[in-house]
Write a protein that binds this ligand. Structure first.
Ligand code: F3S
Length: 391
């Protein structure tokens, strides 16, 4: 891989240990994937922020980076962490966990990372533009910005995205290159257009093809549907980019006439639903994967405004960003009659397995991860059907 003189100097440690570590990781990834050079990035989004997922080893890694003077050089945001920063007691979080989690957030902050702790930073405050090269972790968010916005990122892991953020560069391979953004299969779906149907569609496509770059016909997702689809396909498969005819910005660039066409209809959606529903009896309903948008908060509050929670045995959590919680104060008042509106966190990266064994969600992504990462029996239904369980 060709490095400039300045990049060589960083690799040789001439600008400090923190940035040298970052250069070592980015160039190692570049060599593995055959990159010819490094390219500048305009932003980063970092995962690996929950104490539950990174543990004491991750905490020590961050301590070392900060001690080495590491600082990000492009605007960077942080994924959800293991708890709401201020309301963690309502989540049954142990004080020792809380202390370590707050330390992790503080360390990211010391490196110049914005402590938003949300998986929907593309709604704000981290909004890439079409054609921007970025380094994003968080599989749902990176798929959204690749697909719906037309920015360019690989499916970064937490350490790779952090290293790129420190350098302001990433290795030029994979989805940064035009040739690797071509669709590999056409999907012809039949869905009802609800957000939940997009989540199930993503699940079904992941189950059908596993990987690749799907090109959708006959769908018109808005932001909420696109985030549900991105999240589901990234969890049930490993998709990091999709195109939708007439909708996503790069869809018109490709000739799809020779591609295989896969139909996703009633049977495939039912199979997807069955895969995600493994219990009828839940202790927690957790809504907001990916984090709820302002529109979704309004819709939920509108549905709940004349209702009351009758089943007190089931806890309800709503997950969103701190910014959206603040902006939707009136909706929050209504929603909190049913359960806390939590910011900074979600049902998957929080240590819910210490309290619950059976959890319901509206998201195919969470439906995939609740059994594997949180030891839960999961239920997956649309928001209205979930709320009916407590009405
Ligand atoms: Fe976001 Fe957590 Fe889902 S990070 S995409 S709410 S699993």
């Amino acid at each position: 891989m060709d490095l400039t003189r300045e990049e060589e100097a960083i690799l040789n440690g001439e600008q400090g240990a923190g940035i040298q570590k970052a250069m070592e990781l980015v160039t190692a990834l570049g060599k593995i994937y055959g990159a010819d050079s490094l390219i500048d990035i305009t932003s980063a989004h970092l995962s690996g922020a929950s104490y539950k997922t990174i543990g004491d080893g991750g905490l020590k890694y961050l301590e070392d980076l900060v001690a080495g003077g590491a600082q990000v050089s492009v605007p960077s945001t942080l994924n959800p962490v293991g708890m709401d920063r201020t309301r963690w007691k309502e989540m049954h979080i142990h004080p020792e966990f809380a202390e370590k989690q707050l330390r992790i957030i503080d360390l990211y902050g010391q490196m110049g990372i914005k402590k938003t702790c949300s998986c929907t930073p593309y709604i704000g405050p981290n909004v890439p533009s079409m054609g921007d090269h970025v380094a994003w972790a968080e599989s749902s968010a990176l798929s959204f910005v690749n697909s719906y916005i037309g920015a360019r990122t690989n499916r970064e892991g937490g350490p790779g995205a952090l290293a790129a953020a420190i350098l302001g560069k990433t290795a030029n391979y994979g989805l940064h290159l035009d040739d690797n953004r071509k669709p590999t299969v056409v999907i012809d779906p039949e869905i009802d257009g609800s957000v939940f149907s997009y989540s199930l569609l993503g699940q079904a496509v992941g189950m059908a093809i596993g990987s690749g770059i799907p090109y959708f016909k006959n769908i018109s997702p808005e932001v909420e549907e696109a985030k549900a689809l991105s999240a589901a396909m990234a969890a049930s498969g490993s998709m990091a980019l999709w195109h939708a005819e007439g909708i996503t910005p790069e869809a018109g660039n490709f000739d799809i006439s020779d591609l295989e066409v896969i139909h996703i209809g009633k049977k495939e959606l039912e199979n997807a639903y069955d895969k995600l529903n493994r219990t009828e009896d839940v202790q927690l309903i957790a809504i907001g994967c990916p984090h709820l948008t302002e529109k979704e908060m309004h819709q939920i509050a509108e549905f709940l405004k004349d209702k009351e929670k009758k089943n007190k045995d089931i806890e309800v959590w709503f997950c969103t960003s701190a910014e959206i919680r603040e902006r939707c104060a009136e909706d929050v008042k209504i929603m909190e009659r049913f359960g806390p509106v939590l910011a900074d966190t979600c049902m998957v990266v929080a240590p819910i397995e210490g309290t619950f064994q059976r959890t319901a969600t509206n998201s195919a992504k969470a439906g995939n991860y609740l059994p594997t990462l949180c030891s839960q029996k999961a239920m997956c239904r649309d928001i209205t059907a979930l709320m009916e369980l407590v009405l």
